[in-house]
Each structure stands twice: as structure tokens, then as C-alpha cells.
Design a protein around this ligand. Structure first.
Ligand code: AMP
Ligand code: MG
Length: 401
């Protein structure tokens, strides 16, 4: 058995980033940027008004009331071509380009218009209500860094930078193979002695949420022939995940069969709970993760190891941080962890009156129970042999995503 930290290190060390592709802005959210991206323009490109009002010489409105002469108008998208002498003003609207001589905008709420004249009723300091050229960013600024996973806000920023196509890492295809004679697909009648196959659905959704493309290979029977035939379909994927058959039972065939077909096992068994029997290796050229079949074990292992793996394949700047640890306050006493395995305890999060995150561990932690996993928001991390902890203690946790 190796530690969770070592397991993650070994997974990440064995993976290479995939190739690149160009995507349009519309397809860029959630993708991992390959290179730094610099702004092609300065924003704003010229000084603009931040409000509806009047562009003036700041020196003219240092004191109020003061009367000014309106010499023109400049809506957004146009330019005032005349000159604005001292004592004059130009009607301007939000986003309008500031006439050259002016430096300040008086908001219309502080003005009484009287024909060609306006009466400014409140003083304004020079530069007020003006967004200067380059206040947001300048041409050449490297605003988006390679290795970053693009958020919707990043996509908006790229557009504002006049960048319409981005170089990102290709999305990894992840072949998912469920195994087990007992498994039946949801939605129909299920036969005697059967169990609904749930993991592949959760796993496919996780893969897509983490940037991959899920390829469901269906359910293999617990026979060498069927497992072999279905596993063969994974040879062109970027990553291969099997579910079930990872333990030591008579029908746990994953290692026994796939090793004959070229599986090289890097490690098997991690000192953790749930998810101890996880297998990691390489099936021919394809990195392979053999998840335990218990639904909680499978989905928790995917969170702990598959998510960082997919981030690594996509060239994330720091894939080991795909799951960011956080500090929460325990809402209950926790007993000693009297085992050499790190415990991941399902818990729900809420906030107390001070706004602090309080984690309440689920009463049952059986790795077969999906309902508590679905309800949980995070996993409390209980290191091997952890001392008992008290309600109110601060504990490390990982958010389930
Ligand atoms: P195994 O690791 O194959 O021994 O499976 C452990 C437990 O997980 C058994 O109770 C299986 O029925 C169950 N299981 C295995 N695969 C799945 C799956 N894809 N969906 C739901 N339960 C599963
Ligand atoms: Mg099985």
C-alpha cells in the first residue's frame, strides 16, 4: 500500500500533456490555455465617459454653481470634432469618447439644462467619471497565462483583448468500462439478483466536468472473453478507466486478464478509505485507472486521482492542485482514526452565523451508499492514526466537484 500523496505523484508523473488545438471563443470556456495570451489592443482605447452627463474642463467645475455653454454632443461610438474652450461643455453619454480638451464629466443629475447653457449645481474634481485610455489594460499585456483553465470571465477578457481564437490543449477521451455480471442499465426492468449500474453515469459526468470526453464502453461480463473484447475498445482512448473487479475476489478479473493483454501495473492499493484497491498503470500506450466497484469508492477515487490526471493531460499549470484543500470547522466530534489508511469522510457544509463553513459528517460512511455521497459537499481528511477531534476543531477538507 502506498500513501495517497505518493499515489497522486505517481499518477501525475506518468502522464504527458496532450497536443494542442485552436478553438473559437465560444468553445473556449473550461479549456486549458496552452500559451500566455497578450492583449492586441489597449482598453479603453481612448478616454471615455463612465456616466451620462457633460464633458468639461475640470478647472471650470472646481466650484459650483457655475454656468457653461454646450457646444456639441457625443454619444458612444462617435467623436466630437470641434474644440471645447474653457467655459464650454459637450453633452456626453456612457462610453462616449472624451473630447480632446476635456478631462472631467459632470453627471447629468448635477446639471440643470437651460437651452444652450447648463448650470452645474455640484462641483466635481478633475478626472471625475472618466475612464482613461489603458485603465483596464494595455496592448501587449499578458493577461491570460498558459496552463490556466479558462473561465467565462476569461473568455470575455479575451474578446476584449481582440483575441477571437485561442490555443488550448486537446480534450482527453476517457474510455469507461463497467464490469460485473450483476449490473443492469437503469430505466428498464431489472432481473433477479441484479444491481443497477450507476458508476459509469457519475463518472462520465465527472469526466466531462473536468474537461474530458467520456466514451462509455458499456458493461463487461465477469468473463475473460468479454472483458478482453471490451477493453480492446479502449486502445485508442487517451485514458482508460475500469470500474469494479479491482479487488481479490474470484471474479475480480481486471488485473488477471488485462495483464495478459499488456497492462503494466504501476501500483495497486492505496492506504486510504474508501478506495483502497485502486489500480493504476498503463494498458499498452493508454494510461489506465482501475476503480473499485463500490459506488462511493469509485467516485471518490475519481475525484482524488482522475481529476488531477485529466488536468495533467490538459496541461494544467498545477494539476496536483486540481482539488484545492480547504479548512472547515467540524460540526461533530470525530473518533480516532485507528487505521494506517487515510480516511475521507463524507460531510455536508453549511454556514454558522459568523459565516464560517461548518462540516457535518454523514452518520454512515459505508462505501456502497450513494445517497450520502450525493448529499455530501466535501470530504473531511482524517490522516492515518489521527487523534480524536472535537466539534469546533478546524479540519482539512476537499470540496466534491
Ligand atoms: P467489485 O469491485 O466488482 O467487487 O464491486 C464492488 C461492489 O460495487 C459490488 O457490490 C458491485 O455490485 C458494485 N458495483 C460494481 N460496479 C458497479 C457499477 N458500475 N455501478 C454500481 N455498482 C457497481
Ligand atoms: Mg464485480
Amino acid at each position: 500500500m502506498i500513501s495517497p500523496d505518493e499515489a497522486l505523484t505517481r499518477v501525475l508523473n506518468s502522464l504527458d500533456r496532450l497536443g494542442n488545438e485552436q478553438v473559437a471563443l465560444r468553445d473556449a470556456a473550461g479549456r486549458f490555455l496552452r500559451t500566455d495570451v497578450a492583449a492586441r489592443v489597449t482598453q479603453p482605447p481612448f478616454a471615455v465617459s463612465a456616466m451620462d452627463g457633460y464633458a468639461v474642463h475640470g478647472a471650470d467645475v472646481a466650484k459650483a454653481p457655475v454656468s457653461l455653454t454646450q457646444v456639441g454632443e457625443v454619444p458612444a461610438g462617435s467623436r466630437f470634432d470641434g474644440t471645447v474652450p474653457r467655459g464650454a461643455c459637450v453633452r456626453i453619454f456612457t462610453g462616449g469618447r472624451l473630447p480632446d480638451e476635456t478631462d472631467t464629466v459632470v453627471i447629468q443629475e448635477n446639471v440643470t439644462a437651460e437651452g444652450e447653457k447648463i448650470l452645474v449645481t455640484e462641483p466635481a474634481s478633475p478626472g471625475k467619471n472618466v475612464r482613461l485610455a489603458g485603465a483596464d489594460f494595455s496592448q501587449g499585456d499578458r493577461l491570460l497565462k498558459g496552463g490556466r483553465r479558462l473561465t467565462p470571465r476569461d473568455v470575455a477578457l479575451a474578446a476584449a483583448m481582440n483575441v477571437d481564437v485561442l490555443l488550448v490543449t486537446r480534450r482527453p477521451t476517457v474510455a469507461i468500462l463497467s464490469t460485473g455480471n450483476e449490473l443492469a442499465l437503469p430505466g428498464g426492468d431489472i432481473g433477479d439478483n441484479q444491481i443497477l449500474s450507476s458508476n459509469a453515469f457519475g463518472l462520465a459526468a465527472q469526466v466531462e466536468a473536468w474537461g474530458g470526453i467520456a466514451l462509455d464502453l458499456g458493461i463487461a461480463k465477469d468473463t475473460e472473453e468479454d472483458l478482453r473484447a471490451k477493453a480492446d475498445l479502449a486502445r485508442h482512448a487517451d485514458f482508460f478507466v475500469t470500474i469494479g473487479g479491482a479487488s481479490v475476489g474470484d471474479h475480480d478479473l481486471i488485473q488477471k486478464v488485462l495483464v495478459q493483454d499488456g497492462l503494466e501495473v504501476d501500483f495497486w492499493k492505496i492506504a486510504q478509505k474508501p478506495g483502497k484497491p485502486l489500480i493504476f498503470g498503463r494498458f499498452g500506450d493508454v494510461p489506465m485507472m482501475g476503480l473499485p466497484g463500490n459506488p462511493v469508492s469509485a467516485l471518490v477515487c475519481a475525484q482524488l486521482y482522475l481529476k488531477p490526471a485529466l488536468f495533467a493531460l490538459q496541461g494544467a499549470a498545477d494539476p496536483a492542485r486540481a482539488n484545492k484543500p480547504m479548512q472547515v470547522i467540524s460540526g461533530a466530534d470525530l473518533p480516532t482514526n485507528d487505521s494506517p489508511r487515510q480516511d475521507y469522510v463524507r460531510a455536508t457544509l453549511s454556514r454558522d452565523e459568523a459565516g464560517r463553513l461548518i462540516a457535518l459528517p454523514a452518520r454512515t460512511q459505508d462505501s456502497g451508499q450513494l445517497a450520502t455521497l450525493a448529499r455530501a459537499d466535501c470530504l473531511l481528511i482524517r490522516p492515518p492514526h489521527a487523534e480524536p477531534s472535537k466539534q469546533g476543531d478546524t479540519i482539512k477538507a476537499l470540496r466534491l466537484t
